[in-house]
Design a protein around this ligand. Structure first.
Ligand code: AFP
Length: 352
């Protein structure tokens, strides 16, 4: 027909119109109030991501952006100025949204409750505003991780006990990777989808749908500098991959980038517990559980080594878990070393 684009151009234009908010509504196949809320919620996540990406992209040219604040956070870690900025970005993006009732962050000991004079929503946003802070000052990949849970019951005394539930209670989860391009990967239980920020549009545009992690991959991603601290089965697994062809080590020191490589190419990421810290370093509610949600949606697995990660019920807001995540065959291989070690040392612990 006259005046219409040919199919190729039309598809390209349709794709440029597949924004985050529209994709959520398409995923939910609904225009209900709930669907609109989730669509608006993901849009706010996209806004926060754009604000953080903008700051990162000019960090080296601006005063007072890089470096440390001199403070220590609830994790006992030195706080970077970008940690504080990014944490506030999410609060500012959601405070007037009417979508959330509180925000729980790696950077805040207690959740931030939306003030009385702001519209209160039914969701809780849990997030790690800057994952991989160690990479900020050297311009290497950094990420933000988020999870969305529905408010359940009343949180009367503000201790957020209702958040201490398994990762299977997550309504949605995802991450932003600030790399050569800024991408946003998310799932709401209907597959894993990737959006790429088009700076010329200021929009996250759909770049890959229904991502599936390969059943096996060559990459194992772990900080081998901790080898001497690990329990024996993890050391045995590392010796195995050292002695067998077909494995390659990749580790950036930033979970989101290392995870994204595993999601796209297959393999396994490990942050095991150590003899001194059996629970490991990574935090459950806003780091390991959101990524576990994604990897299961992509056909992979996430484990503590002895339990499915999504079944772990935290005892506190900033609980940590050992973390093994990636292709199901590679996660199973790591678990097999743990099971074999248990069989030899504590046979009574092995279920019949
Ligand atoms: P920072 O945010 O302090 O850089 O820590 C990053 C992180 O939480 C996670 O992104 C990495 O996978 C992990 O720690 C790296 O920890 P190690 O430096 O102990 O390997």
């Amino acid at each position: 027909m006259d005046g219409l684009l040919d199919l190729d151009h039309k598809h390209a234009l349709d794709r440029d119109c597949m924004t985050l908010s529209r994709h959520v509504l398409q995923q939910l196949q609904s225009f209900s109030a709930d669907a609109q809320d989730l669509s608006a919620l993901m849009n706010r996540i996209g806004l926060a991501a754009k604000l953080i990406a903008r700051r990162f992209s000019r960090a080296g040219l601006m005063e007072d952006v890089l470096g440390f604040t001199g403070q220590t956070n609830v994790q006992g870690e030195s706080v970077k100025k970008m940690d504080v900025y990014a944490n506030q970005v999410f609060i500012s993006a959601f405070e007037q949204s009417g979508l959330v009732c509180r925000l729980a962050s790696e950077e805040m000991e207690k959740p931030y409750y939306i003030p009385e004079n702001c519209p209160i929503g039914r969701y809780t946003l849990l997030y790690d505003p800057v994952d991989g802070s160690g990479n900020i000052d050297i311009n290497l990949n950094i990420g933000s991780i988020f999870a969305i849970r529905q408010q359940e019951g009343m949180d009367l005394d503000g201790d957020a006990r209702d958040l201490l539930q398994s990762g299977r209670k997550q309504v949605a989860a995802g991450y932003i990777l600030y790399g050569p391009s800024t991408i946003l990967v998310y799932s709401m239980g209907r597959g894993v989808h990737m959006f790429t920020l088009d700076p010329s549009l200021g929009e996250f545009i759909l770049s890959q749908e229904n991502i599936r992690v390969p059943d096996h991959g060559p990459v194992y991603s772990v900080n081998e500098g901790n080898f001497w601290q690990w329990e024996e089965p993890i050391q045995d697994y590392i010796r195995y991959v050292h002695r067998h062809e077909g494995y390659t080590a990749r580790y950036s020191g930033a979970l989101v980038g290392d995870f994204h490589r595993i999601l796209m190419q297959g393999g396994v990421f490990l942050y095991p517990g150590t003899v001194k810290k059996p629970e490991g370093k990574l935090r459950l509610l806003y780091e390991t559980a959101p990524l576990a949600y994604l990897i299961e949606q992509a056909g992979g697995r996430a484990s503590t080594g002895t339990q499915d990660l999504l079944d772990v019920i935290p005892d506190k807001l900033h609980a940590r878990t050992p973390f093994i995540i990636g292709s199901k065959e590679d996660v199973a291989l790591v678990e097999s070393f743990i099971r074999e070690h248990t069989r030899q040392t504590r046979p009574e612990a092995i279920a019949p």
